[in-house]
Design a protein around this ligand. Structure first.
Ligand code: FES
Length: 163
């Protein structure tokens, strides 16, 4: 990260913090706002938030690791969530996950080196009737077959195995 972008990030974080009173009860809302902005919680944002809210850094780290919607790791531009719940599992979600891993060259739980894709598995996306299901950012893709998966990945600029 260069100096200009560091200054930019600090200013952006200060803008987010400035929307909230300096009270600990706003900590979760602050973290969610930062998460929405960057798709993760940059380390410096936690230092800034701790100072602003006068609360221990360890408490903010605790919240960041406790809530699934928060992440301390930088995520990709596209976050692929593949359901591996029961309904999806019996309809071959494991196969889909391994196909995506091959296509992107990463294991589930990781982000591609170019920062484009993160791959995650989840236990239910609430669309069991459409199993197997995957979500890319906010878009749900249901009844995903191997062929459909290739088309979906192409849409996002990912390449299916063998292409
Ligand atoms: S088990 Fe996959 S959406 Fe419910």
């Amino acid at each position: 990260m260069n100096i200009t972008s560091e200054v930019g990030v600090a200013a952006e974080i200060n803008m987010i913090l400035g929307k909230y009173p300096r009270e600990q009860r706003f900590a979760l809302a602050v973290l969610q706002d930062i998460q929405n902005k960057y798709n993760y919680l940059p380390k410096e944002s936690l230092y800034e938030a701790a100072a602003y809210l006068s609360m221990p850094l360890s408490k903010l780290y605790g919240m960041a690791t406790f809530y699934k919607a928060l992440s301390l790791e930088k995520k990709g531009e596209y976050i692929i969530k593949v359901c591996d719940g029961t309904a999806c599992h019996i309809r071959s979600s494991a196969f889909l996950i391994s196909e995506i891993e091959k296509a992107l060259g990463i294991k589930a739980g990781y982000t591609t080196a170019d920062g484009r894709f993160s791959l995650e598995t989840v236990s239910c996306l609430g669309s069991c009737a459409l199993a197997p299901v995957m979500v890319i950012n906010d878009k749900t893709h249901g009844s995903v077959t191997a062929g459909k998966l290739r088309e979906i990945l192409k849409l996002y600029g990912g390449h299916a195995h063998g292409e």
